[in-house]
Ligand binder design. Structure first.
Ligand code: ZN
Length: 192
């Protein structure tokens, strides 16, 4: 079993009026993200939606000084965007053991969560990442995965960022520094 982690593909990060939106580039990967989730599911893999959760203006949170409020608990900003939300709802009506909604409070999906336990108890060593932002939450999750000995695949046409420079820098970093497999979603049908 492998795991696909869809990171922060929510209203606030993707929608035109989202509070910390990646804009049009974020919306361009919508169908790719949804296709990946469906394909991994169909092949019997573990599909995780890792989703930021913040308290509005939390004085103790390091992101408060860095970014506008986003993905605030109880707001529509935390809803999965578009096709990703539709796929999640469809899968949630099926096998709950292979679908996981993971709230996270930091960039990395490993920070302060039970993600590693969920992966280890299933014997999963191979992680696939999609979503946003390439150079922030995807990057920090990939670094933590690298440090924990997981193999990492980045689906490059299913990740995006506010920053084109940051996106491109991170893709290079994944491949050349973290030893990740950087691939495109059109390879998905070969996922086994
Ligand atoms: Zn955040």
């Amino acid at each position: 079993m492998k795991a696909l982690i869809v990171v922060d593909y929510t209203y606030d990060f993707i929608a035109e009026d989202g509070r910390l939106t990646c804009g049009e580039p974020g919306r361009q990967i919508e169908e790719r993200v949804a296709l990946l989730a469906e394909t991994f599911w169909d092949k019997g893999h573990y599909v995780i939606f890792a989703v930021d959760v913040h308290e509005e203006n939390d004085p103790f949170h390091p992101e408060t000084a860095l970014f506008p409020p986003h993905n605030v608990r109880g707001t529509k900003g935390r809803a999965l965007f578009g096709s990703a939300g539709i796929v999640y709802e469809r899968l949630a009506r099926q096998d709950q053991d292979r679908l996981y909604w993971l709230d996270k409070t930091r960039y990395s999906a490993f920070a302060g969560t039970n993600l590693e336990i969920k992966l280890r108890e299933r014997g999963i060593t191979e992680l696939h990442l999609a979503g946003v932002c390439t150079d922030i939450c995807i990057l920090h999750t990939a670094i933590d995965a690298f440090n924990r000995g997981f193999s990492v695949t980045i689906h490059q046409d299913a990740v995006q960022s506010f920053s084109k420079t940051g996106h491109e820098w991170a893709l290079n970093h994944f491949e050349n520094v973290l030893g990740a497999n950087v691939t495109a979603s059109y390879d998905v049908p070969s996922v086994d």
